[in-house]
Design a protein around this ligand. Structure first.
Ligand SMILES: Cc1cc2nc3c(=O)[nH]c(=O)nc-3n(C[C@H](O)[C@H](O)[C@H](O)COP(=O)(O)O)c2cc1C
Length: 192
């Protein structure tokens, strides 16, 4: 089974991370890290408590807390065996840490390792508006080889529900990894 690292931080949009966990767990072994901020926002936005979340993880998933800097995925050896690292949603704090090589928790560290090992790193940032600091940090990560996306659903697919909009954003993350899905209808001129 292919492996992938999924990190959920304390930006708004925990639902993106949970949807990715759900979709990816069908075909991938998942190394999952949720920051303390990620758990706080999860509870605020979805009324899911940390214990409840941890008790309902898929079987093909290893969970690590942000403080487990001695986790196997802290090392390049383990990261190179994966398809890469997704941070969704990604806070501007985590973006800043990654952009500046400040590996003060496991999420920052796995992103740092992905960049140094030239593995795919996808940061699904959520904030608005963006300060010049955010933009410069995005530039730095992009220059280091990471993929940056701001969670912004398109409307050309004519979404009817919030779930349609979530699926659009999650589908774009999967597209970036070349992972097949049918979460949203791709743009074809004749359809519109
Ligand atoms: C309800 C709630 C919503 C938040 N939304 C965002 C957000 O959209 N973007 C962001 O960068 N930070 C947001 N934050 C702030 C982050 O959670 C905070 O900066 C945290 O320290 C980020 O740390 P982490 O990246 O380790 O999770 C939010 C916080 C709360 C409580």
């Amino acid at each position: 089974m292919k492996k992938i690292v999924l990190c959920i931080t304390g930006a708004s949009g925990t639902v993106y991370g949970l949807k990715l966990l759900n979709v990816l767990s069908k075909n991938y072994y998942i190394y999952l890290v949720v920051s303390e901020g990620g758990f706080k926002v999860m509870e605020k936005e979805l009324s899911i408590e940390k214990e409840q979340f941890l008790n309902n993880l898929p079987e093909n998933c290893s969970f690590y807390s942000q403080n487990e800097i001695d986790a196997p995925i802290s090392s390049g050896t383990r990261i190179v065996e994966t398809e890469g690292v997704i941070v969704a949603p990604c806070s501007t704090g985590t973006l800043g840490a990654v952009a500046n090589g400040i590996s003060s928790n496991l999420i920052h560290r796995v992103c740092d390792v992905a960049l140094k090992e030239r593995k795919k790193l996808f940061l699904l940032v959520r904030e608005m508006p963006l300060s010049l600091i955010h933009i410069k940090n995005m530039e730095k990560v992009a220059q280091a080889g990471g993929t940056i996306a701001v969670a912004s659903p398109g409307f050309y697919t004519r979404p009817k529900t919030v779930e349609d909009m979530i699926n659009f954003v999650v589908g774009k993350v999967l597209d970036s990894f070349g992972i097949e899905h049918s979460l949203y209808k791709r743009w074809r001129n004749e359809d519109f």
